[in-house]
Structure formats: structure tokens, C-alpha cells
Design a protein around this ligand. Structure first.
Ligand code: AMP
Ligand code: MG
Length: 416
């Protein structure tokens, strides 16, 4: 029997429309809390961070060597070594004419000298310094404020804090930051056939896998996860879970039960509890997708097929959650790469094919699909380090052509 699944093409919603609808609906959370910097990794800034100091606060030496007035080297064949300045010291006596000081990396450069020469270019005899060749005034001095000037905004509201960001904030002396509160997301897996791993399977049953994938993707986003586990296809049980999740979470994410066969009872149930739209998004994998609002939370219904659930999470739910969490979005990374083998595709829907990008010995980037691209083949996601995104109207792509690859690690919308 021929497949009729793509004959209702007119009813399919383009990916860009689905993403826009999700993003337009997401009202970023504004509730903030003040926390210590040590707790702030991966949190989203609720305010701009402004420096009240120069960094470095004073001129300091970029080398172990000697500091002097460059002008003096024109009048004296050698300079008298007057003192030594270590990092953390502050020389209180002036550097006399024709004199210099031994200085260590990071040490404060005395106000009355202007040049540092590295010790490898010097010779010391009887307490006098001889310099090989000429120096330029200002050599090897890291100027006050050359990294950050007093009053600079060093990080903007909406920034998801990285390890180096924490260092930057620390370098201006700040140890408390105001961040957006963490999102709370409930994860529900629906299906009579699902059994938890670690238990025995009865005929007709399969092991549940979407829950741990979605929860882990959420945890990587630093979201608090409320795990509801497996809920059987019993309307009263699903309703109870949805009501509870709605009260506890900012977003309720379920998988399964949104395709045509199941939607018959999930749909009226969700419409009773809120305003949920059931979309057929023109993407592969992952056509069925539900989105809307319950009384206290947003609702996202992912398809049940493990690959579809993961991909729709990445390409639709994730950008939505990032916006909701107050993060700035930046454009998706799309890296041109040469296909090392054929990417099979039928025109009609936009494909997110799971693929591996690798670098050949000559440095060029090549990409291959991770085998069977069926929506139940979770191996194809596990093996992949990203997606090759193929436009809806495009057919198969032969070996040697250029495609666009989006790394999984950068996902689809990272922070600025
Ligand atoms: P559904 O969207 O509920 O019709 O499910 C589509 C397919 O995905 C079916 O083969 C289900 O058995 C499978 N499936 C649904 N939910 C899960 C889950 N949480 N883990 C693994 N497979 C699932
Ligand atoms: Mg089901």
C-alpha cells in the first residue's frame, strides 16, 4: 500500500512558522534572585554587570625584567639597580635618575618609570644593568584599564554565565550577582506499552527512553526537572498528571499521545485544561507537535517516537525554553561541509538528519549520515554530533556536495 502521509502537505506548518509562534508566545521570566558568584555558573544574568574599577587597577609588568625611564638609556650606558618589586609590592621611594628596579611579572610598575625590558635581554655587573639593544617606551607594561575601564558594562542582562564570565565578574571585585530564577519543567511520558528500564518486559511492551533524554537535555540547560515518569494511556491518569504538573512547573513537556491515533482523547483533555494547538510541522523527524497554555504553565507535547521527541525538543522546545529563561539568543551555527556519502531525502518536509562531522587530514570538513534515519532509530541520534539541515523542497544529496551542519553541542540557540 502506498503511503499517504505526505499527501496533506497543505496542512503542514513550515518549521519557521512553528518556531516563530513558539517564540512569540514565550514571555521571558523576570523573577530574579541574588546569588553568590560561586553558584552562578550557567545562570542567566538579570542585570547588566558594570565595573566600578579599572582592570588591571594599575600599570603592571608583563615580564620578569627591569623597569626604568627609557630616556635615561640615552644618557647612561648602564643603570644602577635600586630595588626589587615583586607582584603585590608597591614601591614607595622614587626611582632616581640613571637608576632602575628589578621587577617581576604582574608587579606594580612605579609611577616614575615607563619601560620594562625582559631579563633575557640584559646583563648585570656589579649592581649595574646593561641592556642589549634599544627599547621602545611602554614596552612590556600592561596599562591600567587595558582589559576593562571603570564604568564599562562587562556583561549584559540575558547572558548565560560561562566559567570565563565568572572570572571576568570576579576580576572587577564582584561576588554577588542577580540572576533570573531557574525554570521548572515537568516531564511526562505517556503510553500503555512503556515500561521503565530495569524491570521485566511483557509481550507488547517496550522500554521507556524519552523521559531520561528530555530530562537530561533540560538538566544540561540548568533547568529544574520534575519527573512524572510513565503515565498509561488512561485519560483520568493523564489528566491527574497534567493538573499536578501544571501547578508545579513553568512548562509541562509530555511525549507521546499527540499523533492522530492518540490525539482523539488527549486533544479534548488538553483543551479542557487550557488552550492547546495540535500542529503538523513540516519537519522530519517529528511531524506531530502540540503547543499551548494550561492555566498556570505552558504545554509542549512532543511526538512519542524517540528520535522525533529528541529532535523536536532540540529544534522547537529548546529555543522556546531559552527565551522563557531570559537568555539572549544568537543565530544558529550552520557550518558548510562536504558530504562523504549520500543523504537520502524525499522533497516535502525540512529534514534534520543526524550526522557526524569530521575533519580530514587536509583539514577539510566532511559529514556523513549516522545510518538509518527512521524516527524510531535512537542509535542515529546517539552516534551523531549534529544535524544536517536540508530544506523542505530538496531531494537526496549525493556524495561530494555541500550541506549545512549544526553541531549538537552548540544546539540551536545559544546565548550571546
Ligand atoms: P505515540 O506518539 O504515543 O503514538 O508513540 C509513537 C511511537 O513512539 C510508538 O512506537 C511508541 O511506542 C513510541 N514511544 C512513545 N513514547 C515513548 C517513550 N517515552 N519511550 C520510548 N518510546 C516511546
Ligand atoms: Mg502512545
Amino acid at each position: 500500500m502506498s503511503c499517504s502521509c505526505d499527501t496533506h502537505t497543505t496542512a503542514l506548518m513550515p518549521y519557521s512558522d512553528a518556531l516563530s509562534l513558539l517564540l512569540d508566545t514565550a514571555l521571558p521570566i523576570t523573577e530574579a534572585e541574588s546569588i553568590s558568584l560561586a553558584q552562578a555558573l550557567d545562570r542567566v544574568l538579570a542585570e547588566n554587570i558594570t565595573s566600578s574599577i579599572n582592570v588591571p587597577p594599575a600599570d603592571n609588568s608583563g615580564m620578569d625584567g627591569y623597569a626604568f625611564r627609557n630616556e635615561d638609556t640615552k644618557h647612561f650606558a648602564s643603570l644602577v639597580i635600586q630595588d626589587t618589586v615583586f607582584a603585590g609590592d608597591h614601591l614607595s621611594t622614587p626611582v632616581k635618575e640613571g637608576h632602575c628596579v628589578r621587577i617581576m611579572t604582574g608587579a606594580h610598575v612605579p609611577e616614575d618609570v615607563d619601560t620594562v625590558v625582559m631579563q633575557e635581554r640584559t646583563r648585570v655587573e656589579d649592581g649595574r644593568l646593561f641592556i642589549d639593544g634599544e627599547c621602545k617606551t611602554g614596552d612590556n607594561i600592561r596599562k591600567a584599564g587595558e582589559d576593562i575601564s571603570k564604568g564599562d558594562v562587562i556583561l549584559k542582562k540575558g547572558r548565560k554565565l560561562t566559567p570565563s564570565d565568572l572570572g571576568l565578574i570576579s576580576s572587577v571585585g564582584i561576588n554577588q550577582v542577580k540572576v533570573i530564577r531557574k525554570l521548572k519543567v515537568a516531564v511526562i511520558s505517556t503510553g500503555d506499552e512503556l515500561k521503565p528500564a530495569g524491570t521485566a518486559l511483557e509481550p507488547g511492551q517496550i522500554y521507556e527512553s524519552n523521559g531520561i533524554v528530555i530530562s537530561s537535555l533540560l538538566k544540561r540547560m540548568n533547568i529544574d526537572v520534575i519527573e512524572f515518569g510513565i503515565i498509561p494511556d488512561i485519560p483520568e491518569e493523564i489528566e491527574r498528571a497534567f493538573i499536578q504538573a501544571n501547578q508545579q512547573a513553568d512548562v509541562v513537556i509530555s511525549s507521546g499521545g499527540v499523533s492522530v491515533g492518540d490525539a482523539d482523547y488527549v486533544k479534548p483533555l488538553l483543551q479542557k485544561l487550557g488552550h492547546i494547538d495540535f500542529w503538523k510541522v513540516a519537519i522530519k523527524p517529528g511531524k506531530p507537535f502540540a503547543f499551548g497554555k494550561l492555566s498556570e504553565s505552558y504545554f509542549i507535547g512532543l511526538p512519542g517516537n524517540p528520535v522525533s521527541a529528541t529532535v523536536t525538543f532540540d529544534v522547537l522546545a529548546k529555543p522556546f525554553l531559552q527565551k522563557l529563561s531570559g537568555m539572549h539568543a544568537s543565530p544558529t551555527l550552520s557550518i558548510p561541509a562536504t558530504t562523504a556519502s549520500t543523504f537520502r531525502k524525499r522533497p516535502g518536509r525540512m529534514d534534520f538528519q543526524r550526522a557526524v562531522l569530521h575533519q580530514t587530514v587536509d583539514g577539510s570538513l566532511q559529514v556523513s549520515p549516522t545510518g538509518n534515519q527512521g524516527s524510531g532509530i535512537l542509535t542515529s541520534v546517539s552516534l551523531a554530533n549534529g544535524y544536517v539541515v536540508i530544506p523542505a523542497e530538496q531531494g537526496s544529496i549525493s556524495e561530494g556536495e555541500t550541506v549545512h551542519f549544526t553541531p549538537l553541542s552548540t544546539a540551536l540557540r545559544e546565548s550571546d
